[in-house]
Design a protein. Structure first.
Lengths: 194, 194, 194, 194
């Protein structure tokens, strides 16, 4: 399995996820401001999810760039990541339609948390496949962003049941953290494909 | 018709199938656990179908890798396979919404069965096109997984009408069987494209 | 504009069209045969449209293969073709849900007719761009299939209002005609890209 | 990040946007002309949006062709453009279903306006990344189309609340302006990728 086809399939799935989320922005029946206003929470949810998928797409490219071989483990770790990201349209729609009610907001955070865990596993699978000489291992270093994000998601999930706006703020904060490109991975020379 | 474009089109269709299945996870109207609980069967159906499409995507790559030429027969055998897989979102949604009622569970198995038959035909079309020297022919060997799966699907369809949970167990078992990568095909040296 | 990107975009649109058509197969609410039976017309419509998109995808590849340059005219002729094909899911869904009522059956034929006209225009645009030496011009020859199909679609549209099953038979007949690969185009040596 | 993957992802998103818009053409319940007639505004909206996405796809190719490096800024400027275009299916559906009511018509213009602004920012990001020698800078020249379009969109938004047909005419006029391929960018020799 070449990296090229793994990238192409992942790009395809991410492109579809980012686009079908807009289908959860249900066209309202009225045609005045009163019909549009209830969609504002859905719109905010859509913007946030769009940014998250964009971040994953961007970092996914850098991650695969630093990977050497694609083993069966890497492949399934990648599908596992895509699985959790594929739940984003559902979680986005539920959170938006219910105007950030506690449980939907917590579920949204849980999907982000599971995607972060899946990302961690994907990194781990790539490093295991490439062995001790893995350029990814050296590049990641202490990986503070990767370790901090799940903790922040957990905090967001907990806050959902108390002050849901704080949860939103935390989800937005993590997105901002990751918007800054991951320079560690950008500077890794890719290993040739086998 | 080059293998590259056949792969790209198949990847595109599989990426869309795996992603639009999530649209059958209808966003519930309430925002509490009571609204989420009825979705659990749909969620399980989604997980199972996601794994199946992932398996087909993975093995499809290995199969085409071992193929030589792409004839018109191979092309239509491939579209035939994509046809049955494209029915998975429908079968998944129906089975999930009806909480594994007998007929939807049987139909789900029937779609899996037809996809397995289509897979068998695609293998056959590739071997016919490549003739006696087909590397696929040697690699497949006795193909016990390919022969066992349809029998298990038939068993699952029959059990749907008696104990539908047994049918689910069998569908999951076949998925597990195939999760193990098909090492026969992995080790085949691809023939150059013509 | 290279042929490669035109092909990739067209493949993407065709892959999405062929897959979202299944969303018009609405998951029924009941879980017995009585719930499934009304879907049979929709299923037949889906099968027919799936075959049509498959045919267009296949022949589109051969057509572009025989094309030399991609001009702005070719590009918009191609988008024009994709436009009519993108209406197939709508026409398929309307015909299926209304159990082949006259007007939906005629509209389905009209969409097929417009796609055939768009196909003809795309051939024309390619030949104009490539000039007198166009390999497509020589390969097409008298193009009896291209000329017969619109007439048959027109016949099908007319018969929709009298005996709609005859219209279905004609639509299926044209599909069969085209299932046979177009050997004229297969044997054309492609001209190098400019 | 190579230009190739940026193009492939953008093509994927644009192909999905152009295709899922047809899902907003809801299949009517009746089967006569009376059921079809209310869809005419939706159909016109669909045609207009299809042409706009086609234009963006075409010009996006030329724009990236003239770009040198792909920086993080270019990448996010590109995702920003895709974000606004991804709202087109929603805006198209709302405008069509409400038969060109003032607010939906204005919102449609606002989405077009924001996409034009995003396009301008993308051009700017590419020129900043490539520095003074940017071939895009020289090619764009005075960029009268890029400067005129936002003004026309603003005019269209204002006219939506007075005579909505005038707004439609202006949106169609801008599309016609851009249908003419942008010869400035076509003739730029691309710089090699870094």
């Amino acid at each position: 399995m070449g990296k090229g086809r793994l990238e192409a399939f992942s790009d395809g799935v991410l492109a579809i996820i980012i686009t079908i989320m807009v289908l959860e922005l249900k066209v309202p029946h009225g045609s005045d401001w009163g019909a549009l206003a209830p969609l504002l929470p859905s719109f905010w949810s859509y913007v946030l999810s769009f940014i998250y998928v964009g971040i994953y797409w961007n970092n996914h490219h850098h991650l695969l760039h630093a990977a050497g071989q694609v083993s069966g483990g890497v492949l399934w770790a990648n599908l596992h990541l895509l699985f959790w990201l594929s739940l984003l349209p559902f979680a986005t729609g539920w959170m938006g339609e219910n105007h950030f009610a506690p449980l939907p907001t917590a579920l949204y955070g849980a999907v982000l948390l599971m995607a972060a865990v899946a990302w961690y596993l994907l990194q781990f699978a790539i490093m295991c496949t490439d062995g001790k000489a893995s350029p990814l291992r050296r590049a990641l270093g202490r990986d503070w962003k990767g370790k901090l994000s799940p903790l922040l998601y957990l905090l967001g999930i907990a806050l959902s049941f108390w002050q849901h706006w704080l949860a939103q703020a935390i989800y937005a904060l993590v997105a901002l953290l990751w918007l800054i490109p991951d320079r560690r991975l950008e500077h890794v020379a890719p290993r040739p494909e086998h």
